[in-house]
Design a protein around this ligand. Structure first.
Ligand code: ADP
Ligand code: MG
Ligand code: ZN
Length: 627
């Protein structure tokens, strides 16, 4: 795709450069061009040339003699005028009868100024104008004669579709979004098919989803697929210094779009201009933004969709958009662009892995599993981080280890190379993390541990236990949630059991556990007393308003009590689990302490080995007791 951008440098730079070129031109080139070269020679040379009658023209002034030889064309010389009383005789002998009038044409200062300054300047100005007009034409007439002149002009970029443009195949996953967008592209290609049936072509579609999920990328892919002009502008570009300019830009954008129809207009991050209007209440408020939004609404109503102008917009925050924008006839289509699932993550990793040299045995699905919850942008970043890491360690290809590391880098912050933990702290952290992992492992319905580390991260975490769901979970049972809470408490439980003192290290765990417990009570209807009543809703982006029960203070107190109860119960459960597995807790913590980072397999290996021994010991005991 060729992206033709508005020239960033105003034309004033062009003129400054032209002026410099002209000055140089006047110093170096112009004398040679406009007046013949005159060689300065000794008086003797003049004398001998006069002797040889090798003179064609001569001009004698008060201070010097300028003369030309007989050559074709004549060469010009000059020499200082000596006190030579025979000068006139010599000239006469050489056949020169006229020596008073100028032989080298001296241009009048006025004429020379015109020739060397004005004419080139005019040429440059005309060239400059032609150039800028040509560029504007190429860009569909949009854009810029420098800042001062571009107020009120939209500086939308136009993507000219071309073969190397971004296509739908560059966007991994997001099949639903692609399908909906394909339909839109089809409207533009076969408008008559829709017109025959009498279907109204949608005017606008809104790409909605969390940041980094590929909304902008999808829009650019549409540009690559549609083979129509594609105007792209970001909402923030409408926000101008002067009141009324945003609205003028909107007007200009739609004027251009109407001229170029069929075409696509893409407004990225539309929430910057499309926020809910405050109404008359706010004095002054954000008048400019409101005007811009109003203009956008007016324009969207005004133009005829049959002409084939389709407006795409993208936003992370659809809930903040003015409802007027979402009315039928405006952005009536919603295209959800969600965070990728397991398969989607794998596909995205593969798309980006094509851009780097990657070892053949890389297991993308393992990486995708570890990167649960990552957005497309984060996954792209992971691949790049892995490539950087490969370069740092002097390798030619990216390996599995690089990718694994970069997952952690992106998710949990860089590994801190310098140790900041004291030995005792390290031991506490080892027990804490083992506590998490062991509680997780000892419960049935909880995600397996894949990695435990006590290497501090720049994110502030001193250790880190990574659990990976086997498959993407859409539904979680009450038991799974409870187990999760128990796992969160496991760290603190271990600290308390071993050191009989507790640390601040569990702050994040406490927060997570509380959040989950609260959600169970208020949102998932998982408490006996409240049942299926929404006591709280998340600001659901795709639903709109809050539908929860308005809680009375008594209910709120009750909720708090319930939440505390849930967490306490799970804490007790975790405590019981660890108390009955003290041997394992000690052994695993010591192992983690010595190795700093262990994999899930190592962890499970040691654990099952110990359990086996225990079983054998138990069996032996039973055998002894039997007789
Ligand atoms: P958004 O506009 O939704 O915030 P972007 O479209 O700007 O996100 O995505 C940022 C980058 O993330 C893209 O340039 C691309 O490299 C990567 N990316 C995101 N989603 C995908 C995807 N589905 N397939 C491939 N790359 C993706
Ligand atoms: Mg974007
Ligand atoms: Zn913890």
């Amino acid at each position: 795709m060729n992206e033709v951008k508005t020239p960033k440098k105003p034309l004033i730079y062009y003129y400054v450069i032209v002026l410099l070129v002209l000055m140089l031109f006047n110093w170096l080139v112009s004398p040679a061009l406009f007046s013949p070269k005159i060689e300065e020679v000794d008086y003797g040379v003049f004398l001998s040339m006069a002797e040889d009658k090798n003179l064609s023209e001569v001009q004698v002034t008060d201070t010097e003699i300028v003369f030309a030889d007989n050559g074709q064309p004549p060469k010009f010389y000059k020499t200082g005028r000596m006190n030579d009383i025979f000068l006139v005789d010599r000239l006469w002998d050489a056949g020169i009868t006229e020596f008073g009038s100028p032989i080298v044409e001296q241009m009048s200062p006025f004429l020379s100024a015109i020739l060397s300054w004005v004419i080139p300047l005019v040429i440059f100005i005309v060239a400059g104008q032609l150039l800028s007009r040509y560029m504007m034409k190429k860009m569909g007439g949009i854009g810029g004669m420098g800042n001062a002149m571009s107020f009120g002009k939209s500086n939308a970029k136009v993507y000219v579709p071309s073969k190397e443009g971004i296509r739908f195949s560059d966007v991994a996953g997001e099949d639903e979004a692609k399908e909906l967008l394909t339909e839109i592209v089809d409207y533009l290609h076969n408008p008559q098919r829709y017109a025959e049936i009498g279907a109204t072509i949608p005017k606008g579609a809104l790409l909605v989803g969390p940041p980094g999920t590929g909304k902008t990328l999808l829009a650019r892919a549409v540009a690559g697929e549609a083979h129509v002009p594609f105007f792209s502008i970001s909402g923030s570009e409408f926000v101008e210094m002067f009141v009324g300019m945003g609205a003028a830009k909107v007007r200009d954008l739609f004027k251009q779009a109407n001229e170029k129809a069929p075409c696509i207009v893409f407004i990225d991050e539309i929430d910057t201009i499309g926020k809910k209007r405050d109404g008359a209440g706010a004095i002054g408020g954000n008048d400019e933004r409101e005007q811009t939004l109003n203009q956008l609404l007016t324009e969207m109503d005004g133009f005829d969709a049959k002409k084939g102008v389709i407006i795409l917009a993208a936003t992370n925050r659809p809930e903040s958009l003015d409802p007027a924008l979402l009315r039928p006839g405006r952005f009536d289509r919603r295209i959800p662009v969600e965070l990728p699932d397991l398969a989607g993550r794998e596909a995205i990793l593969k798309v980006h892995a094509k851009k780097v040299k990657i070892s053949d045995d890389v297991d993308f699905s393992a990486i995708a599993k570890a990167a649960a919850g990552a957005s497309g942008a984060e996954l792209a970043n992971m691949v790049n981080e892995a490539a950087l890491r490969a370069v740092r360690s002097g390798r030619k290809v990216v390996t599995q280890a690089d990718l694994e590391e970069s997952v952690e880098v992106v998710i949990a912050g860089y590994q801190k190379k310098n140790k900041i933990l004291t030995d005792h702290e390290k031991m506490v952290v080892a027990y804490h993390e083992t506590g998490h992992a062991l509680v997780a492992a000892l419960q049935t319905a909880s995600a397996p541990v894949t990695k435990i580390t006590i290497i501090p991260r720049t994110s502030g975490a001193l250790g880190y236990t990574m659990q990976v769901e086997q498959n993407d979970h859409n539904l979680m049972t009450k038991e799974e949630l409870e187990n999760k809470i128990a796992t969160y408490t496991g760290g603190r439980v271990a600290e308390d059991l071993i050191f009989h003192s507790i640390t601040t290290g569990a702050a994040n765990d406490i927060e997570q556990a509380t959040k989950l417990a609260r959600a169970m009570v208020t949102r998932f209807g998982m408490s006996d007393d409240f049942g299926m009543v929404a006591l709280e809703t998340v600001g659901n982006q795709y639903l709109g308003g809050d539908t929860s029960l308005a809680c009375s203070p008594e209910t709120a107190t009750e909720i708090d009590k319930k939440v505390i109860h849930v967490v306490k119960t799970q804490y007790a459960k975790a405590e019981a689990l660890l108390k009955s597995h003290m041997k394992e807790l000690n052994a695993l913590s010591q192992y983690l302490y010595s190795k700093e980072t262990i994999t899930g397999e190592e962890f499970m290996g040691i654990l099952s080995q110990m359990e086996q021994k225990q079983d054998e010991a138990g069996e032996k005991k039973e055998e002894k007791e039997e007789p």
